[in-house]
Design a protein around this ligand. Structure first.
Ligand SMILES: [Zn+2]
Length: 548
């Protein structure tokens, strides 16, 4: 063989594949395996959409077919929301939106406008009101809705999803009369349905059609991409939502990576085992979500001591210890991960006890999750790390809830409230999310709250229980690496490393050089998943959805 040919072959073997893409001149920031911030300036992406190399400023640049000049803009790994409700986000965006209503009359005005704009709707369904934001803080009643829409059923969910208000037409359609008793774990008062009582109304609302669910899934993905969310823990996923996700996967319409948690045991007949990753690592049924209690706003959170502002109740216990253990054991015996909603300190103590037993039986790396982990007895927090329990928490719940939490608990029971730093100090894993659509899916107000314990208007000035702040590196880690870890996905995404997917975002500021409030206002310019740009901020466009 001639020498020049040998040299040519050697050169071909050494040169990168022809369709590699080099993203160069970026201000790249991510969290390394050591938990520290790592800076880089270029990313080489293979034609399979996975990262080939992460390059620092001084490193020689490999040849690539396509070179993209990031122009010094900041590049972060795609953000992962460990706990959201995907189709609910889409439905909420398509339904009557009551988020941010400032009074009952504001709610009534929005209802009037929506009803006249949608004469075709047989039922008017909305969500997002929060009476805590209203001057008199009174819960809305059926009569309040009858005054606006007397002739069609109206059902309006509270912002936390733990209460709804129905008008008389809706109650009539549901067969609810004044003598109807609330089911266990629920309450009915003047058209207000709390926790388990909501099922009386929910089952009367005509279910969405498959086409409507497809539309909601598409809408949700569009919103998430606009906020730089490239992966999500899809909580309490129903059979209808799972079917829509499968349809979208088959049709190539899944963009955001979904770590799916089924709604209790209802999907076991359809999916008796966790699925493998499907559709290019876009979809996986990984676990089952359970509920140990309700929410704090509607006094459904199960507390060890009575509510400070309603001393005749300790909230709602959903399951006995034996039932909770049996549910978890059933799910685990099918190989599923378990994610259990627990808000109150009694609910958290119960589920920690269950997980301690489970970890003895199944081992620690089952990554038992507690969703919210909001109000925890400080004595119970150190129990989670030894049992391999992950705290899946939502920083914007803290900023939204703090005044309400002070009322519900009084000043002396807040030591273990939204205790992110304490969780980390005890050596447990912390995953962050938003619980959208309860909160905005925008992760940046969450990052801001995480480092400041202040809301987007800077309140309260010194931060609420500021010892529970975490560093930016810890906050970013909880929104990337450990959010992926919390869904058994850390080998696939959550950081930009050779062999993992090139899921990243380009944003309009450097989060390490701005204050917390500016961090919260970060705008996403581009969202890339699997090495493809799937979203770019439209020139002079408004945000994809109102932020919080
Ligand atoms: Zn949730």
């Amino acid at each position: 063989m001639h020498k020049p040919i040998v040299a040519l072959i050697a050169a071909l073997l050494a040169s990168p594949a022809f369709s590699d893409t080099l993203i160069d001149r970026a201000n790249g920031i991510q969290v390394g395996a050591d938990g520290k911030l790592q800076h880089f300036t270029a990313l080489l992406v293979g034609d399979d959409g996975k990262v080939l190399r992460v390059l620092g400023a001084g490193a020689a640049r490999p040849k690539a077919t396509t070179v993209i000049d990031a122009g010094g803009r900041t590049l972060l790994p795609g953000l992962i929301d460990a706990h959201g409700h995907v189709t609910e986000l889409g439905f909420a965006a398509l339904q009557l939106d009551l988020v941010g209503t400032s009074s009952l009359s504001d709610l009534q005005q929005r209802l009037r406008t929506y009803a006249s704009a949608h004469p075709e709707a047989r039922w008017i369904v909305g969500r997002g009101w929060n009476q805590e934001l209203w001057p008199d803080k009174r819960f809305p009643t059926a009569a309040d809705l009858d005054a606006i829409v007397p002739d069609r059923p109206v059902v309006l969910g509270r912002v936390d999803g733990h209460a709804l208000v129905a008008n008389s037409a809706a109650m009539k359609a549901a067969g609810v009369t004044p003598s109807t008793a609330a089911p266990a774990g629920g309450r009915i008062e003047n058209g207000l349905f709390v926790d388990n009582a909501m099922s009386l109304m929910d089952k009367a609302v005509p279910p969405p059609t498959p086409a409507e669910t497809d539309q909601a899934l598409a809408k949700a993905q569009e919103i998430l991409l606009g906020y730089g969310v490239t992966g999500v823990g899809s909580m309490s996923t129903t059979m209808d939502a799972w079917s829509a996700m499968r349809r979208a996967g088959e049709a190539g319409r899944l963009s955001v990576r979904m770590m799916v948690y089924a709604d209790e045991l209802k999907l076991l007949s359809a999916e008796p085992r966790p699925t493998p990753w499907l559709y290019g690592d876009r979809l996986r049924m990984v676990g089952i979500k359970f509920y140990a209690d309700g929410a704090l706003g509607s006094r459904g959170a199960w507390l060890k001591q009575p509510y400070a502002d309603k001393p005749d109740t300790r909230g709602l216990q959903f399951h006995s210890d034996a039932e909770m253990l049996s549910l978890a054991d059933t799910a685990a015996s099918h190989g599923f991960q378990i994610a259990t909603h627990a808000i109150g300190d009694a609910a958290n103590a119960q589920i920690i006890g269950v997980y301690e037993k489970m970890s003895k039986k199944y081992g620690r790396d089952r990554r038992w999750r507690i969703e919210h982990f909001q109000i925890v007895d400080p004595a119970d927090i150190p129990r989670i790390a030894p049992a391999g329990v992950i705290a899946s928490m939502q920083p914007t719940h803290q900023t939204s809830d703090r005044l309400m939490a002070e009322k519900r608990l009084g000043p002396n029971r807040l030591a273990g409230a939204y205790a992110w730093q304490t969780v980390l100090k005890t050596g447990a894993k912390l995953a962050f999310g938003s619980d959208f659509p309860v909160e905005s899916p925008n992760p940046f107000p969450g990052l801001s709250a995480a480092i400041s314990r202040r809301d987007m208007s800077g309140q309260p000035p010194g931060g609420w229980l500021p010892r529970e702040r975490v560093t930016f590196a810890r906050a970013l880690n909880a929104f990337t690496r450990d959010a992926a870890y919390a869904g058994f996905a850390e080998q696939k995404f959550g950081s930009l490393e050779p062999g993992k997917w090139a899921d990243f975002i380009i944003v309009d500021r450097d989060p390490t050089s701005v204050d917390a409030q500016s961090l919260g206002r970060t705008e996403v310019l581009e969202t890339w998943i699997g090495g493809k740009r799937l979203w770019a901020k439209p020139a002079s466009a408004s945000r994809p959805e109102r932020g919080k």
